[in-house]
Design a protein around this ligand. Sequence first.
Ligand SMILES: Cc1ncc(COP(=O)(O)O)c(C=O)c1O
Length: 400
Amino acid sequence: MSQNKWQELEQKLFLRTFSRIPLTLVRGQGARVWDEQGKEYLDFVGGWAVDSLGHCPPMVVEALQKQAKTLIQTSNQFYTIPQIELAQLLIENSCLDRVFFCNSGAEANEGAVKLARRYGKLRLNSAYEIITTYSSFHGRTLAMTAATGQNKFQEPYTPLPDGFVTVEYNNVEAIKRTSTAQTCGVILEPIQGEGGVNVPSNGYLKEVQNWCHEKGILFILDEIQTGVGRTGTLFAYEQYGVEPDIMTLAKGLGSGVPIGAFLAKENCSVFSPGEHGSTFGGNPLVCAAAYATLKYIIDNDIPGKVKRVGKYFMTKLEGLKREFVFITQVRGRGLLIALEFNSEIAEEMVMACLKKGLLVNKVKPTTLRFMPPLIITEKEVDEAVDILENALEEIRNPKL
Ligand SMILES: Cc1ncc(COP(=O)(O)O)c(C=O)c1O
């Protein structure tokens, strides 16, 4: 069946939620994917910051094959070893004490908010409100739509669940002004991903943490996009000298196998049996894949490599900025990077790069975002930058 045939079928069969790019992918290896015609693409979207070790990483494939032959799913009434091994690895390598496994980022944030509300009920005189920020993204469930500070996601679904107050990002005074006796926590992304790769000023997270400590409310970090090596440390909080009370993870944790998690400090691990749960969460198959991913990332200092290659990539992008005056900013950390334009040309850039064999993401009409696998090499960065340069040249000079 041709690419067009699959795409025609998709148009008939699906609810119209995705504006998909006209490309049907059939195979992936490392930082590369192939379409049905065998055309190769360098993948700087990485499954939306999910394919941390690239496509079909051998250590994850092997772990999945072995686990699939052994035990795929039990209920969470029983103990299973891959889940416990993954929990131990996460706890040993973070500042958190306990973990709950689920299946996606939205679900991890839902769980984190439920835990904060439970904490509020038990310890803060039933305080239940969570402060969130504009331009944030926390997921697509109804409550996470309410937590997400972007009108375009909220407006179609109003009225939204109660209990979220939104303030300006990178502004601790706004959080201070908005905190009341009803507040039980603050949820933030260390760097806003879907909002356009917004990097806060250096002291921001620390000041928010200090305020949370002062008020006795919970400091919750959504590390779903920034976690597991993406920004050059295993978790982004390490770079800001803070420790969250609750942290959420998903995306890169499973190298493409759906998994989410929220982790908490002992003092706020207040759930009792039966107060939260999941059928699939933490099943042996996904935990074996996530364990193989995380172990490889830790044992091979992938965050260190991300820091190095990310810097190299940003330096190259700064070079493009000097060459093309319509690039106004290069920003990001590690391998979560954005290129900002002075007009709405991101879509055109995505299509121009696609033609030349590079996949990139339009995060806003004026912004491209790069989230390649964490294992990309400087040579692959060079290849991507050459394609970007050609695409930019075409946009500057449409007659080419
Ligand atoms: C920071 C952040 N939180 C939550 C989510 C939601 O994750 P999921 O799509 O797995 O529900 C995302 C997804 O992009 C995200 O970037």
